[in-house]
Design a protein around this ligand. Structure first.
Ligand SMILES: [Zn+2]
Length: 282
């Protein structure tokens, strides 16, 4: 089976948040990570398949040094937009040395399994047109709505899909726009058409990080979907931490906790020494 390479129209861009932290009318879009350690990778490896928004907040606040020019506390991470949080998980993948990786898929046409090469820094994302607020015409008047964040995700995490969408839309309403300014929204039921209108507007103007991309099956040429959800890829990357601990503990007799505290790069170098001393590699 031949490997395939995904190609995307967007060039590599500087690593800045798609949304950012709103401060006095501007957006602070910088971020930086601490040197990743085995402890961080262990935290990733032990996350459940469907990680909760709270778990993502914990992970990002452990991984990041700063976001928007200030310390990356759990509270601040929770207040980041959903797109920013997804983008940071993607950036963490690159930080862990995984900018280029292989993603497996099964062709929906001929059923053949294939691997596609993905360059994480070139994966598509939708830039913000408006941020962090927009307005939308509804049966309640012209509503001002804000971008959804990690706290919103947490609040609706336990609800069924339809209830979650309705609850999310209601949470995001900031008020009703009038000729003279913003008035409090009286609340009440948003109709399905209102929720659709809010959803559509958010899709049009707020940033988004795509977790699925198209790739061509090398056997039959049919275009199919690749799952590039960053958490799934992070879990796969972080799964190397346990075999590394095993190798180093056997060879150097260091305790697990000390091995996990090593920066990832240094741990990988030690593993390289052990492999060479065993004659596995050049
Ligand atoms: Zn195929």
């Amino acid at each position: 089976m031949e490997p395939t390479t995904t190609t995307f129209a967007q060039p590599t861009r500087p690593a800045t948040l798609p949304g950012g932290v709103p401060v006095a009318g501007s957006r602070r879009r910088t971020f930086s990570f601490r040197a990743p350690t085995g402890e961080l990778e262990m935290q990733i490896a032990e996350m459940p398949g469907r990680a909760t928004p709270a778990a993502v907040t914990m992970l990002l606040s452990a991984a990041l040094a700063e976001v928007g020019g200030v310390e990356a506390t759990a509270e601040r991470i929770e207040r980041l937009s959903v797109a920013d949080r997804q983008y940071l998980l993607r950036a963490l993948l690159i930080e862990l040395g995984q900018d280029e990786l292989w993603v497996s898929a099964n062709c929906a046409g001929c059923g053949t399994p294939f691997d596609a090469r993905v360059v994480v820094s070139q994966l598509p994302m939708e830039e913000a047109v408006e941020y962090p607020e927009t307005s939308v015409e509804t049966s309640h008047g012209r509503l001002r709505v804000r971008v959804p964040d990690g706290a919103d995700q947490k609040a609706i995490a336990a609800l069924d899909y339809d209830k979650a969408i309705a609850a999310l839309a209601a949470r995001l309403v900031l008020g009703v726009e009038t000729g003279s300014g913003l008035e409090p929204w009286a609340g009440g039921e948003l109709s399905a058409a209102d929720i659709d209108a809010i959803d559509q507007r958010m899709y049009e103007v707020f940033p988004a990080v795509n977790t699925r991309v198209q790739a061509r099956c090398p056997d039959c040429g049919r275009m199919g979907t690749l799952d590039v959800a960053p958490l799934r890829l992070l879990r796969r990357t972080a799964s190397s931490v346990l075999p590394d601990v095993d190798t180093l503990a056997r060879h150097y007799h260091w305790p697990e906790a000390e091995i996990l505290r090593l920066p990832r790069q240094r741990r990988m170098r030690y593993v390289g020494f052990v492999d060479r001393s065993r004659g596995f590699a050049g």
